[in-house]
Design a protein around this ligand. Structure first.
Ligand code: PLP
Length: 424
């Protein structure tokens, strides 16, 4: 199929189709198929919305049964069986075994909707307007979340001031030797810091769009302790690294902390259906009825898919599988890709891994390799400052042989552009 219908009629704002200019039609597991049957291995997975693979059979069966049965589709926020079953399953599979106690707030369908709700709640609860976010953060592009997103490319089109946010460097991204946690605490304690005490700190424990920057468990625990000492809410944006991608359902578990608010979306529905949700520390739930409202807050099919996804995770032992595959990927990246050249840095957590090519003189190195991967039928995205990091986001269910094939493609594309200096 020709692509000119999109080029002619779809707004210039379209983005991913520029990197992958083919027409996709079908998908199964980790493979995307174009309209003429060409196969691509998907290392993007709907930007993290498809952790369980394309058209996951188990989840699909639940969705088809639901539709076949003429069960309710719209729901506003009325009581429905599908919602009740999702809440029950989430409690049974996740919260109770992890001794977590949260209330659920179902938000508008996408991640940014839930970020807006979290911000509004934190500000209303604390009666403070400032929020601390991190340089390199991506929390969405509606006005409140855009104010927390650091990339100037996105910020410059806000059209209004993006205020009430103080940015500090993420763990490894400050100037050499800079301790952003010490700076943060100074900000809170020094009566001359000039910075309003924040309602909350918000962060991704692994910055995804920011370039796969992994916060260490120790740093997260120390940041959490500062928040507790100073009565600042801790909001974990688990939209991309959550839902099992880190090797555990929640990405903060490794730090032994309990965020006041957790934001989930993307793979929550299990099938790529839009859904977003806040987990709220129960005493923070000071909303009055309908104060934060909307038509699509809890899409029934997403509840059905979300419940099935939790059952699937458990039946498959997915956390253990992710941890096993992650060690394979890490080893491959270190032995076969980082070994190609000293300027390559690889880093990540679980099945979110990055290849940082920012130390090459060619600013387009990552983009060229991603384009080359596409020619070799692997879909991979560039993220980070000036898009210099390749982001690997395979399905958590990816088969070992497909994973191996994808990594070999990546290595071959790197070899093509970087050469084999260090190996020779
Ligand atoms: C960590 C994080 N937060 C928020 C968002 C925004 O979600 P959405 O694009 O669904 O609005 C994203 C999207 O990529 C994300 O990765």
């Amino acid at each position: 199929m020709l692509t000119n219908i999109f080029e002619t009629f779809e707004s210039n704002v379209r983005s991913y189709s520029r990197s992958y200019p083919v027409v996709f039609q079908k998908a199964k597991g980790s493979i995307l198929y174009t309209d003429n049957g060409k196969e691509y291995i998907d290392f993007l997975m709907g930007a993290g919305a498809l952790n369980y693979g394309h058209n996951n059979e188990y989840i699909k069966r639940s969705l088809l049964d639901y539709m076949q049965g003429d069960y309710i589709m719209q729901g506003l926020d009325m009581f429905t069986v599908a919602k009740s079953e999702f809440i029950t399953a989430f409690n049974q599979h996740l919260l109770e075994p992890k001794s977590l106690h949260y209330k659920f707030q179902f938000c508008g369908p996408t991640g940014t909707n839930a970020i807006e709700a979290a911000l509004k709640l934190a500000r209303t609860y604390t009666k403070r307007s400032n929020v601390v976010a991190f340089m390199g953060a991506y929390h969405g592009l509606s006005l409140g979340s855009l104010a927390l997103t650091s990339n100037q490319y996105h910020r410059q089109v806000a059209g209004v001031g993006l205020n009430n946010v103080t940015f500090i460097p993420f763990e490894q991204n400050g100037p050499e030797g800079f301790d952003s946690l010490a700076y943060f605490e100074m900000m809170l304690e020094d009566s001359h810091s000039g910075i309003e005490k924040p309602a909350a700190v918000i962060l991704e424990t692994v910055q995804a769009e920011g370039g796969i920057n992994v916060a260490s468990a120790e740093w997260l625990a120390a940041l959490y302790a500062i928040c507790k000492r100073h009565d600042v809410l801790f909001i974990c944006d688990d939209i991309q690294i959550g839902c099992g991608r880190s090797g555990e359902f929640f990405s903060f578990e490794r730090a032994g902390i309990t965020p006041d608010i957790v934001v989930l979306s993307k793979s929550l529905s299990g099938y790529g259906l839009p859904m977003s949700m806040l987990l709220i520390r129960p005493d923070l739930d000071i909303w009055k009825p309908g104060e934060h409202n909307g038509t699509f807050r809890g899409y029934q099919l997403a509840f059905v898919g979300g419940k099935a996804a939790l059952e699937f995770r458990e039946a498959e032992g997915l956390d253990a599988a992710v941890q096993r595959k992650a060690s394979y990927v890490t080893r491959f990246l270190e032995d076969e890709i980082a070994a190609l050249d000293d300027r390559i840095e690889v880093r990540g957590l679980g099945l979110m891994q990055g290849i940082d090519l920012s130390r090459f003189r060619d600013p387009l190195m990552a983009k060229k390799i991603a384009q080359d991967c596409f020619k070799r039928q692997l879909i991979v995205e560039c993220v980070g400052r000036e898009d210099k990091v390749l982001k690997l986001l395979p399905a958590l269910t990816i088969e070992d042989d497909v994973l191996e094939r994808a990594l070999e493609i990546l290595r071959d594309a790197c070899l093509q552009h970087i050469g084999q200096k260090a190996l020779s």
